[in-house]
Design a protein around this ligand. Structure first.
Ligand SMILES: [Zn+2]
Length: 146
């Protein structure tokens, strides 16, 4: 794991890893409980909006689908451990651009909680006496932060 990632991780009062954005790694049982709580809250939200969603067979399970989408996909990085990132000595003293592009990215905006799908591009220039990171690790970092 990079020093930068480590610097963003703390331990909360429950002795679980917490991250700079308030994320906490959760067990599968905890995630299921969060999904159930969020689904129940989303039912009330849809009621408050005046939707007759219970009468629409297409919407009957929408609260649970929405909750699962946030926990398992859109906000997955908020509930999962950070990726295990290893770096390597730059033995070839490569100092050119390292680029990983078109990383599929799913997340949601923090202002409206509306989902977005896009691509992320990451590039860096390693120091000749520094460390390099595997390209696949860049994908995992992006997925976790998204
Ligand atoms: Zn927005």
């Amino acid at each position: 794991m990079t020093d930068d990632l480590l610097s963003k991780i703390t331990v909360n009062d429950n002795n679980k890893l917490a991250f700079a954005n308030g994320s906490i790694s959760r067990t599968q049982d905890e995630k299921e409980q969060i999904i159930q709580n969020a689904a129940a809250a989303y039912e009330k939200y849809m009621d408050a909006l005046g939707f007759d969603w219970r009468s629409d067979p297409n919407s009957a399970d929408t609260p649970r689908r929405v909750a699962k989408a946030f926990v398992n996909d859109l906000a997955a990085g908020c509930y999962n451990d950070p990726p295990n990132i290893t770096t390597f000595d730059n033995v070839d003293q490569y100092d050119g651009l390292v680029f990983q592009g078109n990383i599929k990215t799913n997340s949601f905006c923090s202002h409206h909680h509306l989902p977005f799908i896009g691509q992320t591009h990451v590039a860096y220039i390693p120091g000749k006496d520094g460390q390099v990171i595997g390209l696949s690790k860049l994908n995992r970092i992006v997925e976790w932060y998204a």
